[in-house]
Ligand binder design. Structure first.
Ligand SMILES: *[C@@H]1O[C@H](CO)[C@@H](O)[C@H](O)[C@H]1NC(C)=O
Ligand SMILES: *[C@@H]1O[C@H](CO)[C@@H](O)[C@H](O)[C@H]1NC(C)=O
Ligand SMILES: *[C@@H]1O[C@H](CO)[C@@H](O)[C@H](O)[C@H]1NC(C)=O
Length: 401
């Protein structure tokens, strides 16, 4: 029953409440945020400093003018550069939310020169050289395609330029892996700039995704896309938008319900790995905004059962791509070493979908299923058992390649 309620809540959350766009910019959530634990209120620099890590903020400029803040935790110096990339509607803060035992810090402790990337549109990527995200719809005219093609490319180049190394290693989760696959298949020259990509909960094909909210959300997103466009709703889940504040309210006051109706229906039902008190902290930072077009793109992939570019409809596809259907991402061009780490109970990255990807990738150096049958999508970021179930494999791969 909760699952149904959950789906309904998410629908209301992401769709209906966005429609009055006067509301989306005017919610004052300061008092609510005050209630949250300290870490939920700290930015990347503050989080790293609090736990005793040296941190630098850098600004990456993409070819199409987006300005994205990334965070570097150089550790003791001389480490190999490692780019770490978060997933959908998230930000780099996610890697530092579990205090001293966060993945991000363990990577620094393991001797890497860690660079946390971010996406255009999220709290660290809401800037552009010419466009104003609050005024220009065009700022939000992007999907994960552009995040991969531009943001990831610019971030890799920036790291290479600033470290003097010729290649970087990379670790990504969820849509963070998608955007790497986009880049490596559409701009194959980037394969040479990557030593290895360790993919946690890889996402490319999504038609087997088993989260109970997925089959409800996808048709709704597609159905309401046109209306939301007319209403000028191009950003979803912005910092002070109604859905975001509703989520924060729910997840603070009814954290149990928050898990049942928001997290589990998307990530996979479990509850073993993420303590509710900790989930509270997390939900102060999560989600961070993305574009409507990004949600639409993923939804299209689910319906078409393809990992392909954005579908503008036949007529416009002809103009944009020169074909009636959007081209598939040709993942056979991904010559870089790819490691796939997945789990049986992941609501968004199913083993079947990962298998479709795996069969086409020419250079899979590792395929690893987490040895815990209840491991979920979110556990890859926030699970208390990360040091036991995931970290040894990550470090083995990063040290080997
Ligand atoms: C993070 O917070 C610090 C301290 O308030 C501030 O100086 C810095 O500009 C903030 N960084 C970002 C990227 O928001
Ligand atoms: C963990 O972090 C706290 C700060 O919250 C610090 O006081 C403590 O020394 C840290 N513990 C370890 C083992 O690093
Ligand atoms: C969005 O970008 C695509 C190509 O990237 C372009 O064809 C389309 O006209 C743009 N839409 C808007 C509303 O600017």
């Amino acid at each position: 029953m909760w699952v149904k309620f959950g789906s309904i809540f998410i629908i209301i959350d992401t769709i209906f409440c966005e429609y009055e766009h006067v509301f989306t910019t005017s919610v004052d959530n300061t008092a609510l945020l005050e209630l949250y634990p300290e870490d939920a209120k700290l930015n990347g620099t503050q989080l790293a400093s609090k736990y005793g890590y040296k941190v630098e903020e850098h600004e990456v400029v993409t070819e199409d003018g987006y300005l994205i803040t990334i965070f570097r935790l150089p550790g003791k110096g001389n480490g190999k550069p490692l780019m770490v990339l978060h997933g959908v509607i998230d930000s780099s803060d996610t890697w530092m939310l579990r205090g001293n035992t966060s993945i991000g810090f363990d990577l620094v402790n393991a001797g890497f020169d860690v660079w946390f990337g971010n996406y255009r549109g999220n709290r660290y990527g809401r800037k552009h050289m010419y466009l104003n995200p609050d005024r220009h719809a065009h700022f939000w005219n992007y999907s994960y395609h552009d995040t991969g093609y531009y943001d990831v490319a610019a971030t890799i180049d920036y790291i290479i330029e600033n470290t003097g190394e010729s290649r970087v290693k990379a670790l990504a989760q969820s849509q963070g892996t998608t955007v790497f696959y986009v880049l490596l298949s559409t701009r194959p020259e980037y394969n040479e700039k990557l030593e290895v990509l360790v993919s946690l909960a890889p996402v490319s094909y999504v038609h087997h995704a088993s989260g109970s909210a997925v089959p409800i959300l996808v048709p709704l997103i597609l159905a309401f896309n046109g209306v939301l466009n007319l209403l000028g709703q191009h950003e979803l889940l912005g910092e002070k938008s109604i859905p975001k504040v509703m989520l924060q309210f729910l997840c603070y006051h009814y954290v149990n319900l928050c898990a049942e109706i928001v997290i589990y229906p998307l990530s996979g039902v479990s509850g073993e790995q993420i303590e509710l008190e900790f989930l509270r902290s997390v939900m102060g930072r999560y989600p961070s905004a993305s574009s409507r077009k990004n949600f639409v793109h993923v939804s299209q992939n689910r319906v078409s059962k393809k990992f392909s570019q954005f579908d503008y409809g036949r007529v416009r596809n002809l103009r944009v791509y020169g074909s009636k259907h959007p081209p598939d991402y040709d993942v056979s061009k991904i010559t870089a070493k790819i490691a796939l780490i997945c789990s049986k109970n992941d609501g968004l990255s199913s083993l079947k979908d990962v298998e479709l990807l795996r069969r086409q990738l020419p250079n899979v150096v590792e395929y690893f299923v987490i040895k815990n049958d209840k491991w979920t999508h979110a556990d890859f970021l926030w699970g208390r058992g990360i040091r036991k179930y995931v970290m040894p494999k990550i470090l083995e791969l990063l040290n080997k390649y």
